[in-house]
Design a protein around this ligand. Structure first.
Ligand SMILES: *[C@@H]1O[C@H](CO)[C@@H](O)[C@H](O)[C@H]1NC(C)=O
Ligand SMILES: *[C@@H]1O[C@H](CO)[C@@H](O)[C@H](O)[C@H]1NC(C)=O
Ligand SMILES: *[C@@H]1O[C@H](CO)[C@@H](O)[C@H](O)[C@H]1NC(C)=O
Ligand SMILES: *[C@@H]1O[C@H](CO)[C@@H](O)[C@H](O)[C@H]1NC(C)=O
Ligand SMILES: *[C@@H]1O[C@H](CO)[C@@H](O)[C@H](O)[C@H]1NC(C)=O
Ligand SMILES: *[C@@H]1O[C@H](CO)[C@@H](O)[C@H](O)[C@H]1NC(C)=O
Length: 422
């Protein structure tokens, strides 16, 4: 027994040694071209090994390349928060690429969506994230519909949200949209034409970091294999928001889907057909992820930051600095400028931003408006469904309509979440 155990150990060591030598040799032989991003880009499509070795330097722990995931839920302020990351000139930002995966898998049939194998979908989500983090934008071609021709597509979801996808080298016309920092949905495809995914991959390789926003991953534990992947230095920014505010925002934004809630809000009577399951699972997922993070498991060490949107909205400079520090990025002047121009420090710019960028209506001024928009009966119901989530994240329940509408009474308890270091 002892002998075979030793043999196994010896074999394992020998094979690791061989692998290590092989990889070192390969890296040494590539080290010349790897020093210049341009060479890497030129070689990129001839040999896929270049991607891993040049782009990401996956064996090197010192590499400063960060892979940032803005992990959020629909209508939690993630577009705004994503734009904070998008402003950094070294960041390659992608807004909700998992949209294409979900579309391809479910093609808007809600029956299918419910019965779809959850594990398979999550696996496809993780695959896409890994490929984007290693700058293989071509991987998107598996999911984009209609299928891209010659690696070129006109259907990239919310392309305008990304500076990198609307400026050189991807788009030679893209210069001036950048100055305002306020993308709308049409200017970029109009100016830049269809998106060449080869150029997008090159742009990704030439930037120092990659940041991706998604609302489609249910729980942080679904990301565990990515946090453990040696090719990535994943930084998860978990953005949460008061579920009552999320619901109010969803009712306003998706009025067709939320017709029953509108009736409820208008009449004060709960229709029998109203669907409580969506907000319930939003609360459950949000709390489960926050609990996971607050338990500080080894696989999340240094990789998880819990951010309440309300704190960001009321104190954008301070919170943004905290987010940047956690992600390992320098707070550039351009980011500070953008904050000044897009939060309440500049009211007229806020109005402009809100108007032009319809998914982002919230800022310091509007973070509380849900309290005037939601009937007390609905609020009470959500408080019952989500009581644990509210308690965990520090959102106070209200006992009366008067308390709900009294905006000088804050519903956000001051909290510091120790989730970064342990
Ligand atoms: C979904 O399927 C329908 C018909 O089967 C098709 O017309 C539509 O383009 C598809 N949508 C996507 C996003 O693939
Ligand atoms: C996309 O960009 C690459 C790299 O510049 C170029 O070689 C290719 O011809 C472009 N594709 C199209 C269809 O223009
Ligand atoms: C406020 O926004 C306007 C319009 O975008 C801009 O011209 C002005 O410089 C901004 N003010 C500050 C203090 O940033
Ligand atoms: C709910 O009703 C109030 C009036 O009672 C209205 O002001 C508000 O806009 C409505 N909210 C939604 C989300 O429709
Ligand atoms: C939430 O409600 C459930 C069921 O009513 C109760 O058991 C639980 O203790 C409540 N949690 C908090 C934090 O109040
Ligand atoms: C509103 O809330 C503030 C702060 O809690 C309180 O001092 C004030 O009395 C409240 N006003 C009303 C009308 O209840």
């Amino acid at each position: 027994m002892e002998c075979s155990w030793k043999t196994v150990l010896l074999l394992v060591c020998a094979s690791l040694g061989v692998q290590y030598t092989a990889i070192r040799t390969l890296r040494d032989s590539l080290s010349g071209p790897c020093q210049g991003a341009d060479h890497c880009q030129a070689r990129h499509h001839r040999d896929s090994r270049w991607r891993a070795l040049c782009g990401d330097n996956w064996l090197s722990v010192e590499s400063s390349r960060k892979h940032i995931l803005l992990f959020a839920t629909t209508r939690s302020g993630s577009s705004f928060t994503g734009q904070l990351l998008n402003q950094h000139p070294g960041v390659f930002y992608v807004f909700e690429p998992l949209y294409h995966v979900q579309q391809a898998f479910t093609n808007s049939s809600s029956r299918l969506r419910r019965t779809l194998d959850r594990r398979a979908l999550l696996g496809a989500y993780r695959d896409l994230l890994l490929n984007l983090y290693t700058c293989d934008l071509h991987f998107m071609e598996n999911y984009i519909r209609p299928e891209p021709q010659d690696h070129v597509t006109g259907s990239f979801f919310r392309r305008s949200s990304s500076h990198a996808l609307c400026s050189p080298p991807v788009c030679l016309e893209g210069g001036d949209g950048l100055a305002t920092g306020q993308p709308d949905e049409i200017w970029c495809p109009k100016k830049c034409g269809n998106l060449n995914l080869t150029l997008a991959s090159m742009s990704c390789l030439s930037r120092e970091h990659v940041a991706i926003k998604t609302v489609r991953i249910p729980e942080v534990k679904d990301l565990r294999t990515l946090t453990e992947d040696p090719r990535l230095d994943l930084k998860i920014i978990h953005l949460v928001r008061d579920p009552r505010a999320i619901l109010a925002s969803r009712i306003m934004a998706f009025s067709d889907q939320f017709r029953a809630w509108k009736v409820w809000n208008a009449t004060g009577r709960q229709p029998r057909y109203v669907d409580l399951s969506q907000i319930t699972s939003t609360c459950k997922d949000m709390a489960a992820s926050a609990e996971t993070g607050l338990q500080r498991p080894a696989w999340l060490r240094g990789r998880y930051l819990l951010v309440r949107y309300e704190d960001l909205a009321s104190n954008p400079e301070v919170k943004a600095t905290e987010i940047y520090r956690f992600a390992g990025l320098d707070m550039e002047d351009r980011v500070r400028m953008w904050i000044v121009q897009n939060t309440n420090s500049n009211v007229s710019a806020t109005a402009d931003w809100n108007y032009r960028y319809s998914t982002t209506r919230d800022s310091r001024a509007t973070a509380d408006t849900w309290r005037l928009r939601l009937g007390f009966d609905i609020v009470r119901t959500v408080q019952n469904l989500c009581n644990d989530t509210l308690a965990l994240l520090g959102y106070r329940p209200v006992q009366s309509a008067a308390e709900l509408r009294n905006l000088s009474h804050s519903l956000v308890e001051p909290r510091t979440f120790q989730t970064v270091t342990w």
